[in-house]
Design a protein around this ligand. Structure first.
Ligand code: ZN
Length: 268
């Protein structure tokens, strides 16, 4: 298996694996989506809310704000408090605001961390208040995974795709460049009297280029032996950290299977 990383290790990242079945990459994708633990607000204790948003809607919006940190926190299911909530498994953020003017927007950056968890993006609108309206609340965040609720899903995009193949029959190509205009991803160019593909992995297999060619010089297909994993983090962990965490999760499971098999062999 040959692995290539495209782009930097920021919020979005693309990883190409050659010579491996896409289902293998899909295992990593599914593990990132459902098994990597990140923090999110799970309980909101509202002391005051004189704005127009119902408490439930405000709490729901706060629950969906991406959070970072949480080092040292353990999942409530592993905690001595048996899921009731304590400093070992919960981190608190507080919000206290009184609108100084009408149409005053309260952003996620007003959620002040009182523990190891803090907001990943300060600019998410939570509510709009009129002058004198107040919100005072305490939000309790805990670790969770995407299989519990979408608010713990650490990615906004997680895709596995086959390697696209665009075959150009140069004997039929008249360089009319219809395909260059037709391609929505603009990955076809005419250079030195030759039609070329600039970045094949950006192809979405839409087939517009083949349909636009009057001579039938282009055919679009895919190679199932090579696959690309595309991830976009919602901010809690970088895409690189997400892949590493998913690989660790899978590795631990494989290790459990190996140990079980070895024990079975010794017993027999
Ligand atoms: Zn606890």
């Amino acid at each position: 298996m040959d692995v290539e990383v495209l782009g930097n290790f920021g919020a979005r990242f693309r990883l190409i694996a050659r010579g491996v079945d896409p289902s293998f990459m899909n295992a990593i994708r599914r593990t990132v989506m459902a098994e990597v633990a990140i923090p999110a607000v799970d309980k909101v204790y509202i002391a005051e809310n004189s704005g127009v948003l119902y408490d439930e809607i405000l709490a729901h919006r706060i629950g969906l704000v991406p959070l970072k940190g949480g080092e040292g926190l353990i999942h409530p299911s592993e905690c001595d408090c048996e899921g009731k909530g304590c400093p070992r498994c919960e981190a608190i953020l507080s919000l206290e605001v009184e609108a100084p003017e009408d149409n005053y927007t309260v952003y996620s950056g007003r959620l002040k961390p009182e523990g190891s968890v803090f907001v990943a993006n300060n600019d998410i609108p939570l509510a709009v208040l009129n002058k004198g309206q107040k919100i005072a609340l305490e939000a309790h965040a805990r670790l969770g995974t995407g299989k519990e609720h979408a608010k713990w899903q650490p990615v906004s995009e997680a895709v596995v795709k086959y390697e696209p193949l665009i075959k150009i029959d140069t004997s039929k190509c008249s360089l009319s460049a219809n395909c260059v205009q037709a391609c929505p991803k603009r990955i076809l160019v005419v250079e030195s009297n030759t039609l070329k593909v600039t970045s094949i992995w950006d192809c979405t297999l839409c087939n517009e280029c083949a349909e636009s060619c009057p001579n039938g010089a282009i055919s679009v297909s895919y190679n199932p032996a090579n696959a690309m994993l595309v991830l976009e983090s919602e901010g809690s962990l970088t895409a690189q950290e997400l892949i590493l965490a998913a690989c660790d999760t899978l590795k631990n499971r494989f290790e459990s299977i190996r140990i079980a098999l070895e024990n079975t062999k010794e017993a027999s």
